[in-house]
Design a protein around this ligand. Sequence first.
Ligand code: KG4
Ligand code: ZN
Length: 335
Amino acid sequence: PAHPIILAIESSCDDTGAAVLAGGELLSNVVATQKVHEQYGGVVPELASRAHQQHLLPVVTAALREAGITKDDLDAVAVTQGPGLLGSLLVGGMFAKTLALALDKPLLAVNHMRAHILAHFLRDPKPTFPFLCLTVSGGHTQLVRVHSALQMEILGQTIDDAAGEAFDKTAKLLGLPYPGGPHLDRLARQGDPTRFAFPVGAMPGYDFSFSGLKTAVLYFLKKETAKNPEFIAENLADLCAGIQHTIVATLLKQLRRAAADTGLTQVALAGGVAANSGLRTALQQEAAVQGWEVFIPEFAFCTDNAAMVAMTAHFQFEAGDVATQLVSPDPRLKL
Ligand code: KG4
Ligand code: ZN
């Protein structure tokens, strides 16, 4: 395989990932998703750390095997430094540091939010710099002007809940299983998005706010179920469609404003919420009107994965941006 050969590790939340990238080409990408959190309706940090501990070695071993290499072929070891859960980041961080030390190879510390964006460079078609990226996941909502692989600028972000959280929390109010985003998406396809209206959380500028939506849905459901206990069951598809329509409209409004103000016409989507069918359709429609070129990576590269960490590490390796053994996880690492 071509060089540099980089092993990347991702453990910032509840997915344990390892990937091998050789000369910018992905050789393997393995993810172990933690099921333990479902019964709690959200990620339990302590349980996530323990599960990473159990999954990491098998996941790394599988990634090396699938790539057809051994650890001695590696030119560098990369790991997500943050943002994320401290305990989870520590498990991956200590593993990567130890491996880099044992192999006497460079260590690369990667920003998870940059990695979501640079996932676009794993496969064709790739955007060209500069472009706009909307990163929407369970933990983050950011609108970013991507100047280059190493220089990015946050234009706007959520001031409270992330877009994925807005899906999951409102889905929970409707009695859907966790994480509710995909369930809400599926039900919304049969619903009428115009029957129920909820507040759009677009702030002045490019910021987002989704906590008002959650509160509005909560009070609306309380009021209606007091009159009719079957209200949710009888109107489930329309409720889902209304909520999804509101979240998508909020995202699109800020995206439209940012594109107009920056003059950028390449629009990229990243994060797990990129799977949302309503968002994809609305974005394609908007793109046709505005003349945008839209980029959406395949789903495996939208949700948390180590391939995107390896891609980011590749750019850093080329630029000589190498970490030392003194690097430590940063749960609040800025873009
Ligand atoms: O990127 P990701 O796997 O994890 C984080 O880093 O947060 O994103 C997970 C989020 C969850 O909130 C999930 O409900 C949401 O993405 N999600 C969706 C859909 N698929 C995943 N939300 C709406 N519609 C979907 N189809
Ligand atoms: Zn993520």
